[in-house]
Design a protein around this ligand. Sequence first.
Ligand SMILES: NC(=O)CC[C@H](N)C(=O)O
Length: 231
Amino acid sequence: MKVAVIQFPGSNCDQDAAWALKWVGLEAELIWHTATHLEGFAAVVLPGGFSYGDYLRAGALAKFSPVMAEVRRLAERGNPVIGICNGFQVLTEAGLLPGALLANTNLHFTCKEVGLRVERNDTPFTQAYRPGELLRLPIAHGEGRYYADPEVLEGLEERRQVVFRYAALTPAASADYNPNGSLNDIAGIVNARGNVLGLMPHPERAVEAALGTTDGLGVFESLKAALEVVA
Ligand SMILES: NC(=O)CC[C@H](N)C(=O)O
């Protein structure tokens, strides 16, 4: 079961994403962004980083990369697509997910571990978790404040498209658990069909005990289980 990890100029989490996929037993291949076909790939990961140096806006230029037509085709066909951090930004810029990622309210690049609540586990990316489960995952971004117009936000909530929300890990941390000012504490959403996920935290940096937390493993294990059902 092969997963394509797209490399844009400026991607820097591509190797980590490929490693995490292999860690759970999936086959992963790094694909340069000029590729015009993704035949034979069951799923796609758009990794984190600074595609095109984040010029103009994070993700705004990567949406024009030739491979994005193929990513769109796969997404429309129902194959799983995950955008992590910069990948999430690319997905919103490309219109594959609603809303936008704006500069963090504190205007700082924020690199730390955050608490995350799993809102639903009936997606190809979260079935390994329990609903309501609290995760500890790292974030590293300057433009991670999820924003959508009120009616879009309402639609997202109605259709239960919010998959991950920032949450306090301990009562003591309850005051500042939302690290970037995201509306409704949104850290990750899926499209209406449920096969395209975007999230700001980095599950691929949380798959081995040596990394401090293994709470990201469930995303890759879930994807593997979902792909096995399709095969
Ligand atoms: N780790 C990343 O993917 C960085 C995301 C993005 N370039 C930002 O700073 O907002």
